[in-house]
Design a protein around this ligand. Sequence first.
Ligand code: IPE
Ligand code: IPE
Ligand code: MG
Length: 233
Amino acid sequence: MSPRHVAIIMDGNGRWAAMRGKPRLFGHQAGGQRVREILEACPPLGIEYLTIFAFSTENWKRTQAEVAGLMSLFRLYIARATEELNAAGVRVRFIGDRVRLDAKLRAVMDEVETLTAGNGRLHLTVALNYGGRDEVARAVRRLAAEVASGNLDPGSVDEITLSRFLDTHVLPDPDLVIRTSGEARISNFLLWQSAYAEYEFVDTLWPDFTAEIFAGIIRGYAARERRFGAVPA
Ligand code: IPE
Ligand code: IPE
Ligand code: MG
């Protein structure tokens, strides 16, 4: 079976650029251009949801120049892709804390979300200023406010309740999480949602990640046995 929801940690842009003697931002540009091919590969592979990690809550630790460069690339790529994504029937969403993002970037994010809200051929979610712990903390803050205002009984809070407060509340949990660039860690990505995800770590740097490599991983996923804690039949 195909994974319904695939999430990707797009890593290795900086190393890809360094190998070419170029600045890190050159790698981010190349990485940004990879997204379209992977997105288009999803429907034929039976994937309904694609979630990509674009910027983490920890990535603010990078130089001001890299952060600013990334932010302008996000704005440019989102604005440029808006019409095409809509024409392709893609519904775009963003997860993460938008408060720290600049107003112009937030405007293009809002625009593509609104424009594509009626689409359903593929659900693309971009994690931008996203951190799994930050997401849970923000969710708990809102949940606690509901309790404080008397709208929610603390005794009734269970996993379903908490998941409704997460940024991902409308998304199914990821079935498969892929990380490129050879690092075998999750770097604060979809911590809650990936409780039972399958993981695939590949050495390929994100700007070199092709639809063929992607399809190979999806084929490999089909051979895995997911047990969810039970004994196989
Ligand atoms: C991933 O590539 C993109 C972002 C984190 C924004 P990196 O920039 O982390 O590339 P490496 O890991 O330094 O090669
Ligand atoms: C994770 O990559 C974040 C994104 C891909 C956006 P990082 O390159 O930031 O992760 P670490 O620092 O190697 O863990
Ligand atoms: Mg990295």
